[in-house]
Design a protein around this ligand. Structure first.
Ligand SMILES: NC(=O)c1ccc[n+]([C@@H]2O[C@H](COP(=O)([O-])OP(=O)(O)OC[C@H]3O[C@@H](n4cnc5c(N)ncnc54)[C@H](OP(=O)(O)O)[C@@H]3O)[C@@H](O)[C@H]2O)c1
Length: 360
């Protein structure tokens, strides 16, 4: 049984909390929240269930002093000091916002994380849907079915209209702002986010023997021709309504690995952009070649699922990948871990329903 602290109870964090409560191999040890309104609330109540006797706190010292095997780290903005303190306190940490391939962090940051892991004899990894499942776990697994690779491409096509985190959309990603404020140079979050996708390229390059000598990022911004009203807010004419990224890993001048993101808000789609289907398309060109397309829905069968439930399914996938990585991470040797050396996460409940508490 692993004792787990849930850090952050947003869209993803609440799903992780549910999964921890439902997993017979995990025990909830604590909850770190940011909102004053959530301070002191019971974990069960936070996810619409009966109380379970574990209260949320905003006090980081209290969380650090809590005995636990793992922290499930899911805040909107990351704090490397907090992460290093958690690791040095002897707790492993699985994160959805970053640390997907910590080996590729800037030298100083990587050294700090490694030192914290040594101090606490703990290990750390990042997990999620993308980055995570799509850009690390699936391509590595698919590569096991082919002899040799020429090129690996991953395309993510998403309309952000219904994405349930307006602060990430508008504050962090700067949709709805003048383009000069949303460039990689002007927006630190865009740089941070771009770096996460580049980490996946470094990981794939290392895991698939690509011998990459360059990993690069290219950003294209598109502005709205007229005012647009979307569920999450308003995009004024002339402000950013589309962001395209191309992250490339090259070896000897040839692109070996490319991850592309095609993100828009509003009904229009830029003429000049490629048009993959919504979701994620993974193509391995080689001997032989494979292509797979992934989408997440609340259900393929249930007719009454709402668009919000369908959109939220990606948050659930993100949470599940992280929670299901906990046993493997806790059992791993101390240090920087990734899908290259962890077991692929597998459903804890599977078809069974050992400890599920109904929502109230
Ligand atoms: N890898 C992936 O595939 C993937 C996919 C989706 C999301 N993510 C990442 O996972 C994280 C959680 O996403 P989400 O959709 O749950 O976000 P969200 O719904 O916007 O949740 C916000 C979270 O941030 C916390 N928060 C509030 N103020 C904060 C502050 N000043 N500094 C840091 N955190 C603060 C909230 O605290 P309370 O607990 O008090 O509400 C809540 O836990 C984000 O970093 C997101 O980028 C990764």
């Amino acid at each position: 049984m692993y004792r787990v602290i849930q850090w952050g109870t947003g869209n993803v964090g609440r799903e992780a909390l549910r999964a921890i409560l439902d997993d017979p191999a995990l025990e909830l040890a604590g909850i770190r929240v940011y909102g004053e309104d959530k301070d002191g609330q019971d974990a069960g109540v936070l996810v619409g269930r009966a109380p379970v006797g574990v209260r949320a706190t905003r006090d980081v010292e209290e969380i650090l002093a809590t005995e636990a095997d793992c922290v499930c780290y899911m805040p909107r903005n990351v704090d490397l000091d907090d992460v290093c303190r958690v690791l040095a306190s002897g707790k492993n940490l699985v994160a959805t916002p970053f640390l997907f391939y910590a080996q590729a962090l800037a030298d100083e940051d990587r050294a700090r994380v490694e030192q914290a892991c040594r101090e606490g004899r703990s290990s750390v990894c990042g997990m999620g849907i993308h980055p995570g499942l799509v850009g690390m776990v699936l391509p590595l697994t698919l590569s096991g079915a082919i002899r040799r690779l020429e090129r690996l491409t991953i395309q993510e096509r998403a309309n952000w209209d219904f994405y349930d985190s307006p602060r990430i959309t508008f504050e962090n990603m700067r949709f709805g702002r003048p383009p000069q404020e949303a460039t990689l140079e002007a927006n630190p979050f865009a740089r941070f986010n771009s770096d996460l996708f580049q980490q996946q390229i470094h990981l794939l390059g290392a895991g698939l023997d690509a011998n990459l000598d360059e990993v690069s990022a290219e950003q294209t911004l598109v502005t709205a021709p007229a005012d647009i009203e979307v569920a999450a807010g308003r995009i004024a004419a002339g402000t950013v309504c589309g962001q395209r990224y191309r992250w490339r890993g090259q070896a000897a001048g040839r692109t070996r690995i490319e991850i592309e993101a095609l993100w828009t808000l509003g009904p229009d789609y830029p003429e000049a952009w490629p048009r993959p289907r919504d979701g994620w398309t993974i193509t391995l060109e080689g001997d032989p070649s494979l292509r797979t397309h992934l989408i997440t829905l609340a259900s393929f069968e249930r007719r009454d699922a709402t668009i919000e439930e369908h959109v939220h399914s990606a948050d659930v996938v993100t949470a599940m990948q992280a929670v299901h990585a906990i046993p493997s991470l806790c059992a791993a040797p101390a240090g920087l871990r990734s899908p290259l050396d962890l077991e692929a996460p597998r459903s804890a409940q599977g078809f069974g329903a050992s400890r599920v508490t109904p929502n109230v």
